[in-house]
Each structure stands twice: as structure tokens, then as C-alpha cells.
Design a protein around this ligand. Sequence first.
Ligand SMILES: [Zn+2]
Length: 468
Amino acid sequence: MKKYCITLLGMLLVSSLASASPRIIITKATLIDGINPDRPNMTMILDGDKIVSIADSQQPYSQRPTDKIIDAENKFIIPGLWDAHVHLTFIPEIDYQTYYDLFLKNGITSIRDTGAVMSKLTPAINYASNNPYATPRLFFAGPLIDGADRVYKGEEPGFPELSIGIDESSDVDQIVDNLVTQGASFLKSYEMLSRPTYLRLLDIAKQKGLRVTGHIPLSISLMDAIDAGLGGMQHIRNLELACANDAEGLQNVRTDLLTNSNNKAGSALRSQIHSLQRYSAIENFDEQRCTKIIQALARHNVFQTPTLTINTFGSQRLYSDQNWRDTYDYLPPLIKESWLAQSLALSDNSVDENALIFEDWSMKVVKLFSENNVKILAGTDTPIGFLTPGFSLHKELELLVKAGLSPREALTSATVSPAEFFNLQTQMGSLDVGKVADVLVLNKNPLEDIRHTQDINLVIAKGVLQSN
Ligand SMILES: [Zn+2]
């Protein structure tokens, strides 16, 4: 019974929405998704939150006086998109309604919040459940589950309170049950967890049918985490260590440092470990070894959210592009001013060589993921790194294609694969009768150029036409 709780949650999510608007009939469109062959000249009928019919446009259909008919000749329909890595509470000055508006405006009809304490996230959850037609579908993990010496505890600049800290004395069962009661549908682990506590968390999550994604704790090797049932990874973090030809030696150094003989704060200790080890690990990249690990990730269904937008923060430097900075106009005035000032100041600096090395490595690994059929989720880490909500997901799609995914694979990473992460693939993620009515009408073919996902004609979320 417990094993199926994700699916049950998903069904509730879908079926609780009664029909709130007239049927929408889109005619003469080309249908493109990550599963079906492309279907030109089709008529799609949406009724409430369901796709109820897909048929050749030459076939007649029975019309009702209240139907809204949309002629989509020469246009393309794709499923609504996901951003699978979002932090709604990271910058409290950006209110959740701004996030929701920007996601919908950009065709992002589902989001996965990957770390927020429940007391701060609750208003955003309540707003979404009270205003389902003005918000994307919201999936959340609740807090980062970190070790006793947690990183995001709200005591240092740049480290807002996003986490809880647990150790061997914690009642993990109870903590996870509480999160599920509050609506969490997956868990996010963090880097300062001790090995036994992390293994216990994975075990309890497995019993309750929850996937644990996150940062691999520094106390455990990636292969051990895979064997213990980890469900996903963010930012490709710690793969650099596992892929180094001296991975065991690096892990031993790491274990030593974690004894924390200088009593550093968790955030400082974690940063110290990464700056000591990341680039030497990348320098000692062993492709054969890495391919084996990546094949294990594929075999064990460990979903990867590479967040290339954040991994290339210092190399792609979106913030130095005037067009990108124009997206700040949609943010609250105080944030807009602050992001502009910081962006201009940073743009004056020269590109850091390590940033280029990190981009190069991230792109190479994502290509290996794609070649080895690892499940990839498009996610950004917005609003970190001046990544404007909504707009940034389209940049992630561009970067995934730049790394070596085909445009269709990039679309899959923002549609089919996130649905699979939540075991909701029978209900959403592709354009099939019976699936949810989250669809975008695009002016141009996204398979010809992934940037065409930005040329949005219409957004329909939960069967309701959004005003853009
Ligand atoms: Zn994050």
C-alpha cells in the first residue's frame, strides 16, 4: 500500500480539479512530445483538466456553443514544461505569486521545489491549492535534510534557512511521516549527513515509496549511495570525485576533513572540502571509470538534474547579457535593482579559468548521461544565480542541447522524465488522451531549434487558457 503513495497523491492531484472552463479545441496543429511520433494537422480537445480527444483535423467533431476554438495552423503543441529545481523561498523578497506568474507565462506548468522549510513554504502551498488555475502544479520536498552541522541554517549571508539537521538520535521515521502529511512527495538529502543517518533515511524513504534526490553526503561514496537506493542527484555534484582516477584517496581525505578538528561551521567546512577537491578530481577525470558509474546511474534509475544554468554561472555569464537582464523587469523593484547592480559589477570581471573548466566538465558529463540513457530532468536552481524564474528553464533547455541532447531529448527532460520521477507518467508528460490539460502552443517547431520553446503563442494550464 505504502509503496504506491506517490501514485495516489498524483491521482488526487489530477482528479480534484473539476471542470472550470469551457472546452478548448485546438485545430490543425502539429503535436510534438517525447514519446509519440510527430502528428501533423491534428485537432486536440481539452475538457476540464484532461485531453479528451486527439484526431486528424479532417475528421468532424461535435461542437458545443461554449467551446473555445483555436486555429493552430502552422503551429506546434507540446506538453506543459517542468522546472525540476526551484527554491520558492530562497529570496524572501520575491513573493510566490511572482514566481507562479513567471512560470506560467513561460509555459512552465509544473515545478519541483527542491528545498524549503515548511513554515516558509506553507503560504505558497496554500496559495497554490486555493488558486489552482493561476498556479503551476507544485511538488515539493520540504526542507533539505542535512546533518547536525547543517549548511543552510539562516545564520550566514547567502545561506538562508532551507534545512533541518538530523543525526543518529533523530526519529527519522516520524520526521518523514510529518513531511508526507504536509504534502511532500519526495525528499532532498544534503551534504553534511552522516553515513549511517543517510543510509537510514534512504531505507525509510524506500519503505514509504518516496524518492530521495539531492546532494550526496560528503560522508559516502557515490557507488555506495547508488547501492543504497538514492533516487536522484542535483548539479552532477560529487560525480567529479567518483569519476577521478584516485577517487578512493580523495574520499579518504574527505572523511578525515569531516572529523572537523577545527570546529568550522558546516557551510565553511563543506566549501573548504569542495574547493580542495573539485578541480583536482576533474583534472584526474577517468572516462572509463566514469562511464561505468554513469551506466550504474542509468541501471538504478538515478534521475539527474544537471542544472547547467547554475553550473555555467561563471562561464556563460547570462547576467552580462543585456537581453537577460531585461528579464529582471518582471521581478519586484528592489530585487530588480539589486540584481542589476550585482550583474553589472560582475560583468566587469574577467572570466575565471575554473569556471570554464567546470562548464567543460559539466557538458561532457551530460553528454555521457545522454549516450548512456540516464534520466535527465531540466531544472535551474532559480532564483539563485540571477536566474529569473520561468525564463531560465528555456536557457537550461538550450544548454542541454549544447551539451549534446537532441531537441526532443531536451523536451523529454522537461516533460516525460519529471513525470516519471513522480510515477505520474500515465497522467502527464505527453500528449495523449486521458492526460492532463497542460499544453503549450508554439509558433515555431522546437525540434528545428530548441530556442523555439521561447516563441510561445498560448499556455494552457489545467485546461485553462492563461493570459500572457
Ligand atoms: Zn538547489
